[in-house]
Design a protein around this ligand. Structure first.
Ligand code: MD3
Ligand code: FE
Length: 207
């Protein structure tokens, strides 16, 4: 464990804080969120179901359906507001952003992604948020995944990879904020705290 390591600068705007989060402490908070807003597989297009299960907490939540992608103040499953971001989770994200040089980060949404073996996320940009001056803070818990990213805001160039393990935090700001990125297909594995799954939390300032 590298609990007290300095943030490691991977490329302009991208900071890696290895083994920073404690899954044993955070998992109950995630469970309380999914009790209120259950995990679901979004269907961005007819006949296409995302392999990653997801939900949200915060003032808004990211949703995807045949009408497109958007941030919605209500969970379409219940018609009610998303649960709030648990304060301990918000503090973790604020502290990570501060360490990476983004003192004014005000996350208003946390996307909760749940990966089982075989799940993946194709190359995409996160451009539904209004203000790219705010970074995105990513927290990984449970079984490992290979994260990949392209050098710039275009879908071209040589990809680089980073294995994200339990507790790893990555802060994406500046030039890294608009890069193409994704997650390779997860291999089956077991983690003592999360079992056979990987959780990824992304804290964002959406609006
Ligand atoms: C770089 N999630 O939810 S986290 C996503 O592991 C997403 O679940 C992946 O991509 C996951 O959109 C990767 C790392 C990440 C998240 C958002 C970014 C990297 C990013 C936004 C801009 C640039
Ligand atoms: Fe993304």
């Amino acid at each position: 464990m590298q609990l007290y390591s300095e943030p490691f600068n991977l490329r302009p705007g991208m900071w890696y804080l290895p083994a920073r989060a404690d899954s044993l402490k955070l998992l109950p908070l995630i469970e309380s969120v999914i009790e209120q807003a259950p995990l679901r597989h979004m269907e961005p297009m007819r006949g296409f179901v995302m392999s990653v299960a997801m939900t949200n907490c915060g003032d808004v939540g990211w949703v995807s359906d045949r009408r497109g992608y958007r941030y919605d103040p209500n969970d379409p499953l219940s018609g009610k507001p998303w649960p709030p971001i648990p304060p301990m989770l918000k503090k973790l994200a604020l502290d990570a952003a501060l360490e990476a040089g983004y003192p004014g980060f005000e996350p208003d949404v946390c996307l909760v992604n749940c990966y089982q073996a075989g799940a993946q996320m194709g190359a995409h940009q996160d451009v539904n948020e209004i203000d790219y001056d705010h970074p995105i803070v990513s927290v990984s818990l449970g079984i490992p995944a290979r994260f990949f990213f392209l050098p710039g805001a275009q879908k071209k160039g040589k990809s680089q990879s980073l294995d994200l393990n339990d507790g790893d935090i990555v802060v994406f700001g500046g030039d890294a904020r608009t890069c193409y990125h994704g997650v390779r297909k997860l291999k089956p594995a077991t983690h003592l705290v999360t079992g056979n799954v990987r959780w990824n939390l992304t804290f964002r300032h959406a609006r």
